[in-house]
Design a protein around this ligand. Structure first.
Ligand SMILES: [Zn+2]
Ligand SMILES: [Zn+2]
Length: 281
């Protein structure tokens, strides 16, 4: 059986991807409402009920918005590190979910919330398995408690995830170099961000900082540094709506791929509102 990969959506309003192998059905992040995740899974003929696990990169709401509704209702194991668990529980409890999610009504505290979900904690840097998928975790520089990227090793190829990072470290580059399919952040055009009248200076500094988000040019530089004959599919992800344009992000990366002679790489863009076409590897 081939491995199927679908980015259900990506951007600052929500991130979620689906990987299916012979023995595992995995979500990477759950950053849309449970209903929205259900709808998007339905477009590929899948439902949340029989997911084998949800991997969480970090606790920002665009990565965990649907987590409680899915994981609690269907007892889907949630894989994250301890700091992300703590921060996620805190976020679910105090920030926004209590207003939006009636399932939280009546919960009496953090311990209750912790015990409602089947948490499977990993240590950042350590690997673990879900069915026939081996998962590597690595630290990424981003303004969350202990954010990570993932490399999912399957029988048909490796799928790497590196979004939400202010810059690329040697560790990140080393880990994603093994990817045959790579989801790489191409968040903003630096000039569009600097010129954006609707963003406060402090927010611009945050996004541009070393623990913010990767620009189009930084993504292109990263691609050049990790390029291998094995990289077949490159998805540009987590594009900013206001400070980027899909055609601009694509152009910057396409120029780079052309420049370094990486004509074997298929370049695709992940969108916020609609799932990508399913990739079979
Ligand atoms: Zn984030
Ligand atoms: Zn994000």
């Amino acid at each position: 059986m081939s491995v199927k990969f679908t980015i259900l959506g990506s951007g600052s309003s929500g991130n979620c991807a689906y990987v299916e192998t012979a023995e595992a059905r995995i979500l990477v992040d759950a950053g849309f409402s449970p209903l929205q995740i259900r709808k998007r899974l339905a477009t590929i003929g899948r439902t949340p009920e029989n997911l084998s696990g949800i991997l969480i990169t970090h606790e920002h709401s665009d990565h965990i918005a649907g987590l409680l509704g899915l994981a609690d209702k269907f007892q889907i194991p949630v894989f994250c590190n301890r700091d992300t668990q703590d921060a996620t529980v805190w976020a679910l409890k105090t920030k926004w979910a209590s207003k939006k999610n009636p399932m939280l009504d009546g919960l009496d505290g953090t311990e209750h919330l912790k015990s409602k979900i089947n948490w499977q904690l990993f240590t950042t840097g350590a690997g673990f398995e879900i069915g026939d998928v081996s998962i590597e975790t690595f630290s990424i520089p981003h303004d969350a408690q202990d954010p990570v990227g993932f490399l999912l090793r399957t029988a048909h190829g490796n799928i790497g995830f590196a979004t939400d990072l202010g810059h690329t470290t040697k560790l990140v580059l080393d880990r994603i170099r093994a990817a045959n399919v790579l989801v790489l952040e191409s968040n903003h055009d630096v000039k569009m961000l600097q010129d954006c009248p609707r963003r406060a200076w402090s927010l611009k500094q945050r996004i541009l900082g070393r623990h913010g988000h990767l620009s189009n040019v930084a993504a292109a530089e990263a691609a050049a540094q990790i390029m291998s004959a094995g990289l077949r599919h490159l998805y540009l992800a987590h594009l900013s709506r206001e400070c980027n344009k899909p055609e601009l992000a694509e152009h910057v990366m396409a120029e780079q791929l052309h420049h370094i002679g990486a004509t074997h790489v298929r370049l695709q863009l992940a969108a916020q509102d609609v799932p990508c076409e399913t990739l079979e590897i």
